[in-house]
Design a protein. Sequence first.
Length: 317
Amino acid sequence: MQTIVVPLDGSELAAQVLPYVRVLAPLLGAKVHLLRVVQDSHLSSGESWTQVLISVYGVPESEALQRDQYDASMEALRQQARAYLHEQAQTLEGAGIEVISDVRYGSPAEVIVEVAAGYAPGALIAMATHGYSGLRRWALGSVADKVVHATEAPVLLVRGQAQRVVRPPRRILTPLDGSGLARQALPLASEIARAAHAELILLRAVVPMIEAYVGAPMLGRPIVENNEALDALREYALNDLNAEAASLRAEVSHILTHAIIGYPAEVIVDEAREMDVDLIVMATHGYGGLRRWALGSVADKVLHATTTPLILVRVSA
């Protein structure tokens, strides 16, 4: 991961992602691309400049004058955006991070996705979004929601909150379910854990329903009352995690494995909170191009419930 794309809109909320970027960029050896997207608020709302001028001045202006006023307005916005990005870049550059500042025009979500897609081998998008305390759902802003569902790049989402001290991650949680798709989050999780000398926690939820297991009869039948069956499933899951951990120990020295009985999203959110995890890195599936991600129910629930910083890694089949 050589570049972190950081969209900023001038708000205090958006800037809350910067302390995390300041920590992650050196760990990943990445430069930072600060991005501000200037929108044409009038045209995007469906109202033409002619209509605006008529409503303000009572008479239509010439097309040339309309364009001059439009260009002057957009140039003023661009200059303000450049000054703001320059100010934010200075803080990052003071920490020894290479920074690119970029002002573009258009639809924010589309521009963010386009900029990230322009980097090879790939970029990480880092965004802050607002939310609520405890386990209430994140109120994802429309831009963040569109980016999450459209981009092929990994996305770091940081829940907006009162400013706190941000440190390199000490514990990183990666949920696995035994599939090759879920394991695609491991390279990024391992890279960050190795660079930060952090513990990597591999987590597997053991679902207490027969229907969760391929070929099982009597779908929907709970097996929570069968302690022997649950213990066997948990032991199987733990053995699988231990084998995965063994393959990673050449890269990451501190790895823990946890197999917990429960439903995946709830287990992930609860364990992240109880173990004081600093970062969750998990995979989710999707489609190519700008088609919407088919976010798995687990990833979607974690995204909207956790208060822990979260990196979603889009997997390829």
